[in-house]
Design a protein around this ligand. Structure first.
Ligand code: NOJ
Length: 494
């Protein structure tokens, strides 16, 4: 009897979810495909553009990039944007998520001289999208800080950079007010800060775990909030668009039902996505982060917490600065509680103190972080609803990274089918307010430190061919058909 009750309750919360959902996507649900300037544009120093921190990182430390490649040409989208738009149009999606390169618009990084050639490039791209009847969803900052601001000001460790970002954002709101209604301020602040100024494996490569990354986190959140208020005060009434910051997270499934493992899951989520989402949706850092960093800082001999505090004014200023919750999600980990790391060198990992691992039977993608677990997305969506309320969620990235690059990419099709099915489960079974799904990526690209060795595109690009010809993989036609039918299987029901 006990077993039966347990089984029934598992079924009733619906997490026995390996079957593909056969409901139609709701009317009005939107689909998009994505990429970002530093990964596809190339033209890194053309027509007045200057070096971003990623250009500089790849040029200066080739050994940090798996294949020692650079984003100098990438997909050459700076010249081939019409082909990109044609691909997007052929897919029949509602949106194309793209980003603007700060260094193309303001080559010094400062709001002094606007580079008209850079502005014109985006104007042309937006005009092409308009003619194709595809809406742009535009990210202002996809990790490509002007190198000048890193060299002269210390990048995101300096709060002045949040003001400079806000000025750059104001300029873009003004320049593109007739072209763009879906705005994203900053992409994946967790990677900007924890990988860029914490562990240091991403540009600019600053190693300052548990210190620099928290300073960065506050500055990035303030940068977002400043841009949000500028938009709200000066542009919203006429532009009538929407704006948010993209947060990212894996799902962390508790390794057991024990209270400790449940807590470990909650803790790792709060230190990751919560660090950024909590200030915007609830106000202030998550309490568990405030408490743990303060406690460990004290034991380490710091006179104040390594986590910079928000003042009451700042809490009020940041809270409510997202018109929707924009989420990037790719993969899942299991998580178990473990003894707190001994007091010693401060680090974010020690602040969290959990054990993460993957089940051996899970398919993997490129990189050992990539456990393919579609139900993980559903669990994360349910967690977001529980944690932040009934906020509208837009998935701004999801897709499969692999190392083969094969054209008959059935594994990518089954990834999309599984993850989109998890979206339907979340919508219909759990009442999650999910309105939009964006696939990453329309096209193979320069995958940061993975260079040209990790493939996420539904279109293949031969990076040794000067023409950078784009060729559809099998997944491109599957996805196109899925968008047209709004259905993941042969026959769907409303
Ligand atoms: C998230 C990042 O936003 C994007 O730039 C990257 O290519 C994907 N993850 C895949 O790794």
């Amino acid at each position: 009897m006990k077993i039966l009750v347990l089984v029934l309750s598992l079924v009733s919360i619906g997490f026995a979810d390996d079957e593909i959902n056969s409901r139609y996507f709701p009317k009005g649900f939107k689909f998009g495909v994505a990429n970002a300037a530093p990964q596809i544009e190339g033209g890194w120093n053309e027509d007045g553009k200057t070096e971003s921190i990623w250009d500089y990182y790849a040029h200066t430390y080739p050994e940090k990039i798996v294949d020692r490649s650079t984003p100098d040409i990438a997909c050459d989208s700076y010249h081939k944007y019409k082909e990109d738009v044609a691909m997007v149009k052929a897919m029949g999606v509602d949106y194309y998520r793209l980003s603007i390169a700060w260094t193309r618009i303001l080559p010094t990084g400062y709001p002094d001289k606007v580079n008209q050639a850079g502005v014109q490039y985006y104007k042309n791209l937006f005009a092409e999208l308009k003619a194709a009847n595809v809406e742009p969803m535009v990210t202002l900052y996809h990790w490509d800080l002007p190198q000048s601001l890193e060299e002269q000001l210390g990048g995101w460790l300096n709060e002045t950079v949040s003001d400079l970002f806000a000025e750059y954002a104001r300029l873009c709101f003004e320049l593109f007010k007739d072209d763009v209604k879906m705005w994203i301020t900053i992409n994946e602040p967790k990677q900007v800060c924890s990988a860029g100024y914490g562990a240091g494996y991403y540009a600019p490569g600053v190693v300052s775990s548990g210190i620099g990354e928290y300073i960065c986190a506050k500055n990035v959140i303030m940068a977002h909030a400043k841009a949000y208020h500028i938009y709200d005060d000066e542009f919203r009434a006429t532009n009538q668009g929407r704006i948010a910051m993209v947060v990212d997270s894996l799902w962390f499934e508790p390794g057991s039902d024990s209270a400790e493992d449940q807590e470990a899951s909650e803790r790792v989520l709060q230190f990751g996505i919560g660090l950024y989402a909590n200030p915007m949706f609830i106000g202030n850092w998550p309490q568990v982060v405030i408490d743990r960093v303060a406690q460990r800082s004290e034991l380490e001999g710091f006179s104040t917490s390594r986590l910079p505090a928000f003042t009451d004014e700042e809490i009020a200023y940041v809270k409510g600065t997202c018109d929707y919750l924009a989420l990037n999600h790719y993969a899942t980990n299991m998580v178990n509680a473990t003894a707190d790391a001994p007091i010693g060198n401060p680090s974010n990992g020690n602040d969290i103190s959990v054990l993460t691992w993957k089940k051996p039977e899970w398919p993997v993608g490129a990189g050992d972080w990539f456990g393919v677990v579609p139900w993980g997305l559903r669990h994360l969506l349910v967690w977001l609803k529980k944690t932040y309320g009934d906020v509208e969620i837009i998935i701004t990235e999801n897709g499969l990274s692999d190392t083969t690059g094969i054209m008959e990419d059935d594994h990518r099709i089954s990834y999309y089918q599984g993850y989109l099915s998890a979206c339907l489960d979340a919508i219909y079974e759990d009442g999650v307010n999910l309105s939009t799904y964006t696939a990453w990526s329309i096209i193979d690209d320069w995958e940061w430190t993975g260079g040209y060795t990790a493939f996420l595109g539904m279109y293949y690009v031969n990076f040794t061919d000067p023409e950078r010809t784009r060729i559809p993989r099998k997944s491109a036609s599957w996805f196109t058909n899925m968008v047209a039918t709004r259905c993941l299987v042969d026959t769907c029901t409303e």
